[in-house]
Design a protein around this ligand. Structure first.
Ligand SMILES: Nc1nc2c(c(=O)[nH]1)N[C@H]1C(S)=C(S)[C@@H](COP(=O)(O)O)O[C@H]1N2
Ligand SMILES: [Mo]
Length: 355
């Protein structure tokens, strides 16, 4: 397995490989997250894959065609820069604890994803019509707790998203091959949607009109009320701004630049604002031009003059182009998914001698 840069282990598998790991915010200061610094979420042990890796495409007329890696590579390639984010990002920041890993804000990263549109693959085999759901099956499986339930990893995408040209089967990330722990040789990339949709190691794709029901779509990774009633399937990324500098606890002068990244899933970032007085005043940040429709926006802002010295709470929020923004508290969800509560960083504001 590839070298793991700055990752913090959360779960090891039975062979002492990282199975879940959180990234560090200071690894997000470049344009791309180095894949060695990219968080990792595998719900089961990494599957054993055959050297003859291929995807069985089950067409609506019942034919099955086996698509090998060389056949995929022969198709027109496409690349996008997109934010990969786990729906569990920020779960550990909630006031009221939710079950599951208590992740901080290290469960996201941005990379260039290179592959071919799923749509292109389907068109190659006359498979774009006559179905409602593309169900991607992966071989990793096992028993989860507390459900004590055996399941395989699978996701069923409605055709609207499955046929979007930016929904891709990818074999390269940034400028290198896709590491096996991130889904190599091939993974699905579903920009604007939480990582749970980005199926790693798909070995079968069913094109079907039967509505799909699966553990990882309709039990886990659902939004639930306090009684465990399922309200919705976890889908699109919610808008989020993350403060990258200064870091928690840092001492800064009042000339400090506050900076970070923000994204809005399938929508666009309209503005980012910071506050140094718990939301009484919001100061607009300057935005850099994003690399593309699915990439984060870098922002920076200065503190207002005349703040009293000492510990101060600095916070940032994004407003997307539909007017949706972030709240101080976590949105309702028993399992703590999609927690895009406003990121607060405590800094020690000090007097700095002037040059
Ligand atoms: N086959 C398979 N694909 C999977 C998963 C998995 O457990 N098995 N985890 C999903 C989840 S929840 C996330 S957040 C992303 C994480 O991608 P990464 O491990 O490359 O960071 O992969 C998704 N794809
Ligand atoms: Mo995830």
């Amino acid at each position: 397995m590839a070298e793991h840069g700055t990752l913090r282990a959360r779960v090891y598998d039975s062979k002492s490989r990282l199975q879940m790991a959180e990234g560090r915010l200071d690894a997000q200061r470049g344009e791309r997250t180095d894949i060695a610094d990219m968080f990792l979420v595998s719900h089961y042990e990494q599957p054993e894959l055959s050297d003859q890796y291929r995807i069985d495409l089950v067409l609506p007329d019942g034919r099955t065609v086996a698509v090998g890696i060389d056949e995929l590579r022969a198709l027109p390639t496409r690349e996008i820069v997109a934010v990969l984010e786990c729906a569990g990002n920020g779960r550990g920041l909630r006031d009221s604890r939710a079950p599951g890993n208590q992740f901080g804000l290290g469960m996201f990263g941005q990379a260039k994803w290179v592959g071919t549109s799923l749509r292109t693959v389907l068109a190659e085999f006359d498979g774009t019509e006559g179905w409602e759901y593309a169900v991607l099956h992966a071989p990793d499986n096992g028993v989860t707790q507390p459900e004590d339930k055996h399941a395989y990893f699978a996701k069923g995408l409605h055709r609207d998203k499955a046929l979007h040209p930016d929904t891709m089967l990818c074999w390269q990330v940034n400028d290198g091959p896709l590491p096996v722990e991130h889904g190599g040789p091939v993974r699905l990339v579903v920009p604007g949607w939480y990582g749970i949709w980005w199926v790693k190691w798909p070995t079968r794709i069913d094109l079907t009109s039967t509505e799909f029901h699966g553990f990882w779509q309709h039990e886990r990774y659902t939004y639930q009320d306090d009684n465990g009633e399922v309200l919705a399937v976890v889908g699109q990324q919610r808008p989020r701004a993350v403060v990258l500098s200064p870091e928690e606890g840092e001492a800064v002068g009042d000339d400090a630049v506050i900076s970070g990244v923000a994204w809005a899933g399938p929508r666009q970032v309209a503005r980012v604002e910071i506050t140094a007085d718990d939301g009484t005043n919001w100061i607009p940040a300057e935005l850099a031009a994003p690399e593309g429709a699915w990439s984060w926006v870098r922002w920076n802002a200065r503190l207002p003059a005349g703040l009293p010295r000492g510990m101060r709470r600095i916070a940032a929020r994004v407003v997307d182009d539909a007017g949706e923004t972030q709240d101080w508290t976590a949105p309702l969800d028993r399992l703590g998914y999609g927690n895009n509560q406003i990121h607060i960083v405590n800094v020690d504001l000090i007097a700095r001698p002037r040059g």
